[in-house]
Design a binder for this molecule. Sequence first.
Ligand code: BES
Ligand code: ZN
Length: 641
Amino acid sequence: MRRRILTASIFALTIAAAGCGKKEGSNAPDELEVAGVEHEAVFSAPAETPRDEFTYANYQDVRVTHVDLELTLNFDEKVIDGVATLSLEYLNTNAIKVVLDTNDLDIISVEARDNGDYISAAYRLGQDDPVTGASLEIDLPDQADSVRVTYRTSPTAEGVQWLSPEQTAGKEYPFLFTQFQPLFARTMAPLQDTPAVRMTYTARVNTPPEIIVVMSASQDPDGTRDGEYSFDMPQPIPAYLLAIAAGDFGFKAINEHIGVYAEDYILDASAKEFEDTPLMKEAIDELYGPYLWGRYDMIVLPPSFPFGGMENPRLSFLTPTLVAGDKSLTNVVAHELAHSWSGNLVTNATWQDAWLNEGFTSYVENRVMEKLYGNERAVMERALDLEKLKQDVDDADRPELTSLKMPEDLAHPDDAFTQVSYAGGMFFLKFLEERFGREKFDPFLRGYFDAYAFKSITTEEFLAYFEDNLWTDNPNAVTEAEIRAWVYEPGLPDTIEAPVSDAFDNVSAQQRLWLGGEIDADGLETSAWTTHEWLHFLNSLPDEMFTEQYDDLDETFGLSNSSNAEIAYAWYMKAITGGYEPAFQPLEEFLLRVGRGKFIYRLYQALVENGRAEWGRSVYDRARPGYHPIAQRRIDAIFEG
Ligand code: BES
Ligand code: ZN
């Protein structure tokens, strides 16, 4: 039973008495307003976890505990033929049906196991919704313990990208990779596609014999290529962490337990770039307890991969734009690896709680960077994050999207994945770390990962755990109002601590000299600048400058042709706002080559906002066939919007 915190409870009672428990724009659940005698503690999780609004699954009654997948990859038709066998657990003993999620699937037959034999089962496919797809309701005779669905995916499945041989670096074989977070697993198989449900999985995948297949599961990196592959994921995971990649790629070990898969052209460079991954893993192990997933491998995907990275268990998916040659962008590896604790072990129960995944992960990521490369780099990375966070808070469509707990009526789960969840969550944990001290905060987080390992939880459960395991014993470290401001109230809280970077201050000072015309670009002392200093320099330039100024920078530093994707992107953004013509040709090549959403969504958006919609459209028309379906949807909306 939780103890009562005197000061905080008085605070709660005062609010209740004043009848103003919930401030406008606050995403606090109603339960928290009911302060009073029956309330033991300030933060308590509602008795029943709220439903994930983006699933049709009746997971509160019947739950899928294991899925066995038999998949045949058909590269010619761009479809997967699948048989999914789902094991069921009954939470409601009166349940007579199971409801699954589907999207763009052709259901061929449905069976349920009755007394050991599969017999045809009655089913209904619901109406199609553009975001959530269609429900698949299956009648369950005699509480069948398993159902089997035979189906075929669609060539337009949003979670699957099929690349022709020409779209790969090797040009000889096709490539396929999936991206299921947040709700696209249902475009590959009928599942309970919600982070609230965890299941184990096994899979057998058939391909043409030259193609190698990997999944987010146990596999043999030295296995032979024979067109038949088996996988086993014995730890329960939410559907969004299922993943497949198939194509012509090699493997290079970094150590006995860690390695990289990549197309030949980038395999050695990737292994070199990511050679510190074992140290990253050690750093997290030490802080938060052992890595529980067996091997940790990475795969460097073709450049159309729409994210920097995706934390598929045992096998992070990464964009090739991380391979900069100087390890300057490997915080993304630290991030995806950190998800093995925050996100994959402890998972947000709904996308409203996305910050539990991304904010915690960004925090751990930054701790790793500090441990491996020193405080200055960690501070610079946080400072860059704060710049982006402020931008996202300013750009938010409505105030409810600027608190850590996201509103119940999200239009799409993607809307929860802004810098508010990432950097906002990280800065909140930094605030707690500061107030409680690392000696208390570190063991607290370790205990949290332990307590909720392989569970899906809500913000309210975290707060209750925090109250019980850290706050109660240190009641003066923070106030309830401070916590609420971070978690439930819109905007940046007063208690956010802006990182102070001497390196960035020096960059700013030099920038002032250059902008004031006191020095030319070749007078800037940039020889020791890291990527981070360059990014600070570029991001903080005015949106519009004289052509001579752009020329001076570009001719001195070759920014339009930078091989570092982050630097090139930051420069193109300024080139677009200021209409700097010479950058447009390289920008076009960048847009045709790189499909990473973080870059291309903002570049197209900036083109539209700066009177270049027509030019942007013409580039997009050519680039679109090479983009991932997720990116196509997002950019279509930019041009339609
Ligand atoms: N889990 C995310 C990617 C994601 C988020 C996919 C939302 C689908 C929906 C991944 O861990 C991530 O955050 N990637 C970042 C890198 C990170 C260092 C901020 C990215 O892709 O840029
Ligand atoms: Zn992440």
